[in-house]
Write a new protein. Structure first.
Length: 160
């Protein structure tokens, strides 16, 4: 199992808006998601989240502005090489201009209009909670097609 990050950008002036990216290449292609990816060897988790955010949409954040809101294990029983844990963050302060990159096409969405049908199927089970300020831990098990959710266990926690 490898470790990853996932960062959701929330507009601090209009907190009902979240920035999602349409994945253009690789794992998750064609799906909206937050910004993130694998943690490099010798890299701290929050440093990886900041790096991935900049690489995928051009925004520059300070690690002190990241708020950890979740830890999830993603299990793919029929393709174990995809198993990973993810450290989930919200960021409300950043610098720079949002740009489309080779990997992601960023787009703002109202929180009440998030396109869950165009996202990973598990997102509907936990993303509303973290966007409402809750902290979560959990496990998502995917079916043989590596898309459908077989099981989800989400627990609210007080801190990390």
């Amino acid at each position: 199992m490898y470790s990853t990050t996932l960062c959701f950008v929330v507009d601090s002036l209009r907190p009902q808006n979240v920035l999602l990216g349409m994945k253009k290449t690789g794992f998750g292609q064609g799906k909206y998601n937050g910004f993130g990816g694998k943690i490099n060897r010798e890299e701290q988790i929050m440093d990886a989240a900041v790096r991935e955010l900049a690489e995928e949409c051009g925004l520059l954040a300070d690690v002190r502005d990241l708020v950890k809101v979740g830890e999830l294990d993603f299990i793919f029983p029929d393709h174990c090489a995809l198993d990973h844990d993810v450290h989930i963050f919200i960021v409300k302060q950043w610098q720079g201009k949002i740009i489309e990159t080779d990997e992601m096409k960023p787009e703002w969405f109202r929180i009440d209009q998030i396109p869950y049908a165009a996202m990973w199927q598990d997102d509907i089970h936990w993303l509303p909670q973290v966007l409402q300020g809750e902290k979560i831990k959990g496990k998502v098990t995917f079916a043989a097609d590596n898309e459908s959710v077989q099981a989800v266990t989400i627990t609210t926690v007080s801190s990390f």
